[in-house]
Ligand binder design. Structure first.
Ligand SMILES: [Fe+2]
Ligand SMILES: [Fe+2]
Length: 324
């Protein structure tokens, strides 16, 4: 396994990667070349293919989203590492280990997250149907919730990302619990909303050698599909729609807050406002932590739309230049 965070300039690299993206372009001199991005479970790296010997008869873009075996040399360009690929082919089945290609938060973090989810689920009130609909959803899609990422980019975009996101949000609520109860927030409803708000993300993504969006993501999305899932489970359980279940539906439909951010409803309850902000808080924290984990100690992050409208984030304040 090649650790992308530990590559040195001019190092030779040979191994299997997921080809996340590839495109063909022309140099100033009119020569074909390819550029794109590779991934294994240690991270992602840009690549170039300058010597396109087979370009007349073969198109490397056909390898997109496949596992590929490459031979390359590391090149550091303007402080950033990239691979200059000398040879690339589709990997044989026997050469592919998907757990080595997909980014993952690791089993230890999953165990932490899943323990919190199970505890919080069991503590939901048995009246009003909250426990019934949440536990039915989690038992229906047990395998998916345990494995799935919460996104294909932006935040929690690694294996186990879904459970780590949900556990993170529940942890934030627990740390504020006394203050929330003092302010008359319906904490069990808020926790049920957290447990279900992103449940339909399991229909938004498919996992092969990389994490890809589905047609359901484009056409329906987890906000609407999540409400559909709630309706389906209320019906299957033979429950009547009471206030708690309607308010739970509102939490799912409004958790993206703004219509232009994918919400079907603007938040109209205190639990809905809080759920949106706790969702954002956990997402922001995770983006920052992942930048730190994946950065191999550099001072500034990559550009981030989520944290800074496309600007960089200071990862290591102790490395600041002298001010005077
Ligand atoms: Fe969401
Ligand atoms: Fe979320």
């Amino acid at each position: 396994m090649i650790d992308l965070n530990k590559l040195e300039d001019k190092q030779e690299v040979e191994g299997v990667f997921a080809l996340l993206d590839i495109a063909k372009a022309k140099t100033k001199n009119g020569k074909d070349y390819y550029f794109g991005e590779l991934q294994n479970n240690t991270g992602k790296i840009d690549f170039k293919i300058w010597e396109v010997l087979k370009s007349d008869i073969f198109d490397f873009t056909k390898y997109n989203k496949k596992a590929v075996k490459i031979k390359a040399v590391v090149n550091v360009w303007e402080g950033k590492k990239q691979l200059i690929i000398e040879g690339m082919r589709v990997a044989e089945e026997s050469e592919i280990d998907k757990s080595e290609l997909l980014p993952s938060y690791g089993y230890q973090k999953f165990i932490w997250a899943w323990g919190i989810i199970q505890k919080e689920l069991e503590e939901l009130p048995r009246v009003d149907g909250l426990y019934a609909v949440v536990s039915k959803t989690y038992s229906k899609y047990d395998r998916e919730f345990k494995e799935f990422p919460a996104a294909k980019g932006v935040h929690h975009a690694k294996i186990y990302g879904y459970s780590i996101h949900i556990a993170g949000m529940l942890t934030i609520v627990n740390s504020l619990k006394d203050y929330l109860v003092f302010n008359k927030v319906n904490v069990p409803l808020l926790k049920a909303g957290i447990l279900l708000h992103d449940a339909a993300k399991i229909f938004d993504y498919k996992i092969d050698v990389s994490i890809e969006g589905t047609d359901c993501l484009e056409l329906i999305g987890h906000v609407s599909r999540g409400y559909g899932l709630l309706c389906e489970n209320v019906k299957e359980l033979g429950l009547q729609w009471n206030n708690e279940l309607v308010l739970l539906g509102h939490l799912i439909l409004s958790h993206h807050s703004k219509l232009e951010w994918g919400a079907a409803q603007r938040p109209k309850t205190i639990e809905a406002f809080l759920l949106h902000h706790i969702d954002m808080l956990d997402a922001i924290l995770r983006v920052y932590v992942d930048f730190k984990l994946d950065s191999s100690g550099q001072k500034w992050s990559e550009k981030s739309l989520m944290l800074n409208d496309g600007g960089k984030i200071l990862l290591n304040p102790e490395m600041l230049d002298r001010f005077n």
